[in-house]
Design a protein around this ligand. Sequence first.
Ligand SMILES: [Zn+2]
Length: 300
Amino acid sequence: MWTFLLVSFLELASGQDWCYQTQVSCSNTCLGPDQWGRSFPQCNGRSQSPVNIVTRKVLPDQRLAPFHFLGYRHAFHGNLSNNGHTVQLDLPGGIQIKGGNLSTTYTALQLHFHWGKDGGPGSEHTIDGELYPMEMHIVHIKEGYESLSQAASDPEGLAVLGIFFQESNSANKKLEPLLKALSRIPRPSNKTIVHGISLQMFLPPHDHLRDYYRYHGSLTTPDCAQSVVWTVLENTVPLSRQQLSAFSQLRFSDGRPMANTFRSVQPLNARRVYRSGGSMAASPTPAVVLSSVLLLYYYL
Ligand SMILES: [Zn+2]
């Protein structure tokens, strides 16, 4: 709450709302990403998100076990809104994740998207410098906290699941209810209800959820709080070009198409990115090979 009040005060004091680079123009006085730190000092911190994930530098970590997804299959009616920066789906209570080397259970609050223009590059995290056309963030808060701002004061207060969308030849029918609803919320503050959806519909198949990257970072929008345990799934969700383009029909408050709603990658600084799976897939160690040989010798 205090963070929210402080943010509101700072916005009032500066008279400027934050915006993405694509909105910065002579006529628009909003704060572009290079200026966010002026009103939101944490945006200049050393553990910011998103980051570029360099796959040959990630460290395998056996502790990054598969997640338990609780309530992800439950169908619900969700509030979908155009909040002026993105499209956001508010989630009902009881949807949680645990495992995945998280210290406790985290409860899902909302999900939202970052995308490009008409299906062009638009993800926030990048893999070896490549952008995907879209990225979804499912924002969870640590059990015991009641709001995003409360959790933001804890370095591990939030667990965000990042999921990439990749262009496919055929449409992804599971996402049709959400995509149809976009036409009902063209302007900021427009809201609608999406019926009969579940979080499972937004995820890759269950077998493809065990491979992921992990690092500590921040929210990718102001106030950029450095309180996020990031999990970026390796596997992607397919969406046709036409479906990806549907997001560009939304509008920013200045009336221009809502597109390129992503922050560029931030320096990793002293951080490391870890990958699930550990050494299980790696070649056996010399000690294992030696003991196997000795065992074979014993039985022969
Ligand atoms: Zn996000």
